[in-house]
Design a protein around this ligand. Structure first.
Ligand code: PRX
Length: 634
C-alpha cells in the first residue's frame, strides 16, 4: 500500500541529538562516517577485523559474476565460534547472554558459558543424528532459549537452518520444509500467548505427514504439557533426552566465508515463497556492525528487540547481532498488551533495558492507551529507540519519542529487508531526525531513487528504491532458483542494481521517505505476505472459483486483507461461508493473514493474458483514477 507522505508531514521539524548521546556515541560524526563508507571495500574490511577468523580473506568483494557477489573471498570463519566460544575466554564468560522473559513473568538467565555448554552438547547430538555440513535443519518453535541454542548449534557444525515462524500454519509449513528438504525439525508443545497456551505440536504433527525428507523431530517440552514418551512417533525425540551424556565441547566447523548460513522464506509478489539464502562472513559483518553503530551498543547495554526469530529481524537483531557483539539480548515470549498494555514498560523498568527496538504496528497499538502505562513505570534507563518493518507515521513517532523516550532518546527508523540481512537505510544516533523518515543510507551503502527506466528522479519526486553497490549482509541467491533471483531483483534496471520493491522519495537533505511496496506484497502488522499466497489459499477452498486480494489500510496493523471472491455455482457468500473461508485461510497460512473484508464479485479485472490486475482493485478501493486500462481484458 503506497502512502503519500508529503501531505502528512512537517519536514521542517528536526530533532537534534542531545549532548549526552553525542558524547557516548561509537560513531561521533555522521557525515565523516558516510564519507569513509564511500571506500566500500576498505570500510567493510575494517569492520570485518572485529572477528576471529580461522583464515583471513584474500579479497573483500568479488564482483566478477554479477549479481552473484561474493564477500571476504577465501576467508574461513564460524559464526557460533564468534558469537559464543570467543566470549568465554574473556570477562564476558559469566555475563548473561540470553535473558528470556515470558508473559507469565517467568525468567531464565543464560550466561555465555552456559550457552556455550548447551550449544556444544546439542551440536554433538545433531552430529550423532547424522546432521552434516550443508544439511538443512528446520525449526517451528516459540520464542524460547532452545530455539536460539538450536540455531547456534546448527551453525557450529555447518548445518543450514531454516526457521518457520510459529504464527504460520500447515500449508506454509509444508511448503517451506519441502522446498528446503529439511532433514531434522525442532518443534515444541506450545507457546504462551495472552494467558493461553497455543498448541504448536498438533500443527507440526499434521504438517509433517507431508514432509518426507524429515528424518528426526526434536521436541522441546516448553510449556510443560504432559507428553508421554510412548506418545512420540518413531522419528520423534525429546530435546532434553537428546542432550543427556553429550560432551560439552564440539569443534567448530571451519566455514568458507561464502558457505550457506541460513535460509529464510519470505513472500514475493508472485508465486510461492522465496527461500532467501544468506551466507556466512558477510552476514556476520553486516549484522554486527549495523547493530553496534545504529544502536550504539556498549558493554553496559541491555538490548531488547521485540521481533520474533521467525523473521529476519529476530535472526539479525535478537540472536546474531547481539551475541556477535557480546551483549545481553532480551528474548520475550508474549504479546505487547498482556496481562496489560504496560507489560513492556514494566520489563524496561525491572531489568533496566537501555536500547529498545520494535515495530510501528506495536507502537500504534500501545499508543491507544495514551500515557497511562508509559507513566506507570520509570523508563529512565532507555537511551535509544528503534523501529522496523513498515513506515512509521509521524503521529506514532511523536508518541514513541515523547512518552517512551521522554524526548531524550533518538529513534532509529531502520529500513531493510529479509534479503538485505542488515539495516541499509537508517540514521545513526548522532543524526538529526525527521519523524517518518529513515534518513539516509548507512555508511558503506549506496541507495538511490529511480524511475521505471532506471533513471535517477529529481529531488522530491517518488520512484523505485534501488541499492547501487553490493553490501556484505546481502542475500546471495534464492534457494534453487537463480533465475528468479536475477529477474525479481537485478534485471529490472540497467547496470545490475538491486530493486528493493519499495517506493520512496528523497527530500532536499537527501533523506529517504519510504512510501510502501511497489509490488503485490502486503505488510500486515509488519509481517510480509504475498497477495498470490493468500489468493492461492482462497482457491484451495471448494466454494471458491477465483480470488483476488489487496491490502486495505488499517489504523493499527497498517494493512489487512480485502478479498474479492468469485464463488462456484451453488454457493453464496453468506455468514457461514465467510466464517469457513476465514478458518480455511488461517489453517493454510496462520494468524498472520488477517482478513479484513471478503466480498463477492462476478468478475475480476484481468489482462488479456489472464493476469489479475490488483492495481485496478486498489484504485477502485481508494476511489482513485484507474490509470492505464489499455491492457484490461474488458
Ligand atoms: O516495505 C519495506 C518494509 O518491509 C519490507 C521488508 O519486509 P521484510 O523482508 O519482512 O523485513 C522486515 C524487517 C526488516 C520492505 O521492503 N520496511 C522495513 N523497514 C521499513 C519498511 N518500510 C518503511 N520503513 C522502514 N523502516
Amino acid at each position: 500500500m503506497v502512502r503519500d507522505t508529503t501531505v502528512l508531514l512537517d519536514e521542517r521539524r528536526i530533532f537534534e541529538p542531545s549532548e549526552e548521546i553525542k558524547k557516548r556515541a561509537n560513531v561521533k560524526d555522521w557525515e565523516a562516517e558516510i564519507e569513509k563508507g564511500k571506500n566500500v571495500e576498505k570500510y567493510w574490511a575494517e569492520k570485518a577485523e572485529q572477528f576471529e577468523w580461522f583464515k583471513k580473506w584474500d579479497q573483500v568483494v568479488d564482483e566478477s559474476n554479477k549479481p552473484f557477489y561474493k564477500w571476504f573471498v577465501g576467508g574461513k570463519i564460524n559464526l557460533t565460534y564468534n558469537a559464543v566460544d570467543r566470549w568465554i575466554k574473556t570477562e564476558k564468560r559469566n555475563q548473561v547472554a540470553i535473558l528470556y522473559i515470558n508473559e507469565r513473568g517467568e525468567e531464565e538467565k543464560i550466561t555465555y558459558y552456559e550457552l556455550f555448554v548447551q550449544v556444544n552438547k546439542l551440536a554433538n547430538a545433531l552430529k550423532n543424528l547424522g546432521v552434516k555440513k550443508g544439511d538443512t535443519v528446520s525449526t517451528y518453535m516459540p520464542m524460547c532459549p532452545e530455539l536460539l541454542i538450536a540455531l547456534l548449534a546448527c551453525i557450529k557444525i555447518g548445518a543450514v537452518h531454516s526457521v518457520i515462524y510459529s504464527g504460520l500454519s500447515v500449508g506454509a509449513f509444508v511448503e517451506r520444509i519441502n522446498d528446503a528438504k529439511a532433514k531434522v525439525l525442532f518443534t515444541a508443545d506450545g507457546t504462551y500467548r495472552r494467558g493461553k497456551i497455543i498448541d504448536l505440536k498438533p500443527i507440526a504433527d499434521e504438517a509433517i505427514l507431508q514432509c518426507p525428507t524429515v528424518e528426526t523431530i526434536i521436541v522441546v517440552n516448553h510449556t510443560g504439557t504432559p507428553i508421554e514418551i510412548s506418545e512420540l512417533s518413531g522419528r520423534e525425540i525429546f530435546y532434553d533426552r537428546l542432550l543427556d551424556g553429550e560432551p560439552s565441547y564440539c569443534e567448530p566447523e571451519q566455514m568458507d566465508a561464502e558457505d550457506p548460513l541460513f535460509l529464510l522464506y519470505t513472500s514475493g509478489s508472485t508465486g510461492k515463497p522465496k527461500g532467501v539464502m544468506h551466507t556466512t562472513a558477510g552476514y556476520m559483518v553486516g549484522a554486527a556492525t549495523t547493530l553496534r553503530d545504529v544502536f550504539d551498543i556498549h558493554s553496559d547495554d541491555l538490548w531488547w528487540c521485540t521481533g520474533d526469530i521467525g523473521w529476519i529481524t529476530g535472526h539479525s537483531y535478537v540472536l546474531y547481532g547481539p551475541l556477535l557483539l557480546g551483549t545481553t539480548t532480551v528474548v520475550y515470549e508474549g504479546a505487547p498488551d498482556y496481562p496489560d498494555p504496560g507489560v513492556w514498560w514494566k520489563i524496561v523498568e525491572k531489568y533496566g533495558v537501555t536500547k529498545f527496538y520494535t515495530a510501528p504496528t506495536a507502537i500504534r497499538h500501545l499508543m491507544r492507551f495514551g500515557t497511562r502505562y508509559t507513566n506507570l513505570y520509570n523508563l529512565d534507563s532507555l537511551r535509544i529507540l528503534g523501529t522496523v518493518g513498515e513506515p512509521i507515521n509521524p503521529e506514532a513517532w511523536m508518541w514513541y519519542y515523547k512518552n517512551v523516550g521522554k524526548e531524550r532518546c533518538p529513534i532509529m527508523d531502520t529500513w531493510w529487508q529479509t534479503e538485505t540481512g542488515m539495516h541499509l537505510i537508517s540514521p545513526l544516533p548522532v543524526a538529526p531526525l525527521k519523524p517518518g523518515s529513515a534518513t539516509r543510507a548507512l555508511p558503506g551503502i549506496e541507495a538511490d531513487v529511480v524511475d521505471e527506466d532506471g533513471n535517477p528522479v529529481p529531488e522530491g519526486k517518488g520512484g523505485y528504491l534501488v541499492i547501487k553497490k553490493p553490501w556484505p549482509g546481502m542475500f546471495r541467491t534464492l534457494y534453487k532458483d537463480e533465475q528468479r533471483y536475477k529477474d525479481a531483483y537485478w534485471n529490472e534496471f540497467p547496470g545490475c542494481i538491486y530493486k528493493a520493491g519499495d517506493m520512496v522519495r528523497q527530500d532536499e537533505d537527501g533523506y529517504f521517505w519510504i512510501q510502501g511496496r511497489s509490488d503485490d506484497v502486503l505488510k500486515i502488522a509488519g509481517h510480509r505476505i504475498g497477495s498470490a499466497e493468500v489468493e492461492s489459499a482462497f482457491v484451495g477452498h471448494p466454494a471458491v472459483a477465483e480470488a483476488a486480494v489487496i491490502g486495505k489500510s488499517d489504523p493499527i496493523k497498517g494493512e489487512v486483507i480485502k478479498a474479492f471472491i468469485i464463488v462456484k455455482e451453488g454457493y453464496e457468500l453468506k455468514t457461514q461461508l465467510i466464517e469457513d473461508l476465514k478458518k480455511h485461510v488461517r489453517y493454510e497460512l496462520g494468524p498472520v493473514a488477517v482478513l479484513g473484508e471478503i466480498v463477492q464479485v462476478d468478475k475480476l479485472p484481468k489482462t488479456r493474458s489472464g493476469k489479475i490486475m490488483r492495481r485496478i482493485l486498489r484504485a477502485q478501493e481508494m476511489g482513485e483514477d484507474l490509470g492505464d486500462t489499455s491492457t484490461l481484458e474488458e
